[in-house]
Design a binder for this molecule. Structure first.
Ligand code: OSB
Ligand code: MG
Length: 371
């Protein structure tokens, strides 16, 4: 697989409904898409960096030059046997995992297409359908949130996750539980609390939550281990798991009992699979997180979710929850049983709508191999 050229694009896609977390509200996405051109085969990747450096230090304006100046030159003109070689070629660049993942995953995509194999099989997946949950942002009122939950339950989703922050937590969880005592429910704080609030967080135990996601600092593991000892509810780490080593440390210290794997956050499929394997060996279930992806990132999340230890419903839900029209065909749909069936077709099993992408593109840059 010779990497002949790499195209970066920025597309703009308004969300059907705003998405609010403890760090802010998003109405519209600026998404960096990447295409690798290899001997007649194209592979696509999506960079999950946000519009602002709020979820993590990366954002679209850091990812773009990191790719054009450092990551693209590391692979352009090279003949790769496998996408697994990318991580070593990028290792001189510290951090910038979302930028690395966009390129590595595009190479995985190209490799699957070139080998005429489903991407999920190339990754070693086995599941023929994956269970889905939804992540519901902070709303203007609790009534509006309850209405949204009602809609998602009716659609068949198997786990409801709500975003929480001080002032929008116990009051909200109380209302949800008094209406639905039995549903699988979790919450995600995106680092909105500190260890001083342990007593307050302990009061979440009364709601029988599947997990509380990332209650403390985004870069912390140690204090999460202290907190986990004080809670009955399982902690799930998202932001602080950035590679296989941090996953190993989190498990060794008992900082969580569940791990959220986001392929962008950890630098690509190769590292995501390592984390999956470490957790599986220690009987820690994992699930696939989401970053308000377009269909391209979503299709990659679906492929990853077919690995054996993705035992809990992911934040991988239908295209229409986010977009008026998605950039893949067919769009991602969820069955009334709350699952996504896995296609046997080569690549991701979803066709890229290049014409639509062209219309949504506001910036485009191609880098070619020299000579
Ligand atoms: O913490 O999981 C998160 C969205 C943006 C940034 C961080 C997170 C999220 C979500 C949405 O929860 C998941 C999705 O539906 O894509
Ligand atoms: Mg999260």
């Amino acid at each position: 697989m010779k990497i002949e050229a790499i195209t970066l694009r920025e597309i703009h896609m308004p969300l059907v409904h705003f998405f609010e977390t403890s760090f802010g509200r998003t109405y519209s996405r600026r998404i960096l898409l990447l295409t690798v051109h290899c001997e007649g085969v194209n592979g696509w990747g999506e960079c999950v960096a946000g519009e602002d450096p709020f979820y993590s230090s990366e954002w679209i304006e850091s990812a773009w030059p990191t790719i054009t100046r450092y990551l693209a030159p590391a692979v352009l003109g090279r003949k790769l046997e496998s996408a697994r070689e990318c991580a070593a070629l990028f290792s001189r660049v510290r951090g910038h995992r979302m930028a690395k993942a966009a390129l590595e995953n595009a190479v995985w995509d190209a490799e699957a297409r070139q080998k005429r194999q489903p991407l999920w099989r190339l990754l070693g997946g086995t599941r023929r359908e994956i269970p889905c949950g939804v992540s519901i942002g902070i709303q203007d009122s609790i009534e509006q949130l309850l209405e949204k939950i009602q809609v998602e339950l009716a659609a068949g989703y198997r786990r409801i996750k709500v975003k929480v922050k001080p002032g929008w937590d116990v009051n909200v969880l109380e209302r949800i539980r008094s209406r639905w005592s039995e549903i699988v429910l979790s919450c995600d704080a995106n680092s909105a609390y500190t260890l001083d609030q342990t007593e307050h967080l302990r009061s979440f135990d009364q709601f029988n939550l599947l997990m509380i996601e990332q209650p403390l600092w985004d870069d912390d593991i140690y204090y999460h281990a202290r907190l986990q000892k004080e809670l009955r509810t399982s902690i799930c780490l998202d932001e602080s798991i950035v590679n296989a080593r941090s996953a190993a440390i989190a498990l060794e210290t008992g900082a969580c009992r569940i791990v959220n794997i986001k392929v962008g956050r950890v630098g690509g499929f190769t590292e995501a699979m390592k984390i999956h394997d470490i957790c599986q060996a220690q009987k820690i279930p994992v699930w696939c997180g989401g970053m308000l992806e377009s269909g391209i990132g979503r299709a990659h999340n679906i492929a990853l979710s077919t690995l054996q230890n993705f035992r809990l419903p992911g934040d991988v839900s239908a295209s229409k929850r986010y977009w008026k029209e998605d950039i893949i065909d067919p769009e991602v749909e969820v069955t009334p049983q709350g699952t996504i069936p896995i296609s046997d077709d080569a690549g991701t099993g979803y066709r890229i709508k290049e014409d639509l992408i062209e219309k949504l593109t506001v910036r485009k840059e191609t880098r070619r191999a020299q000579g």
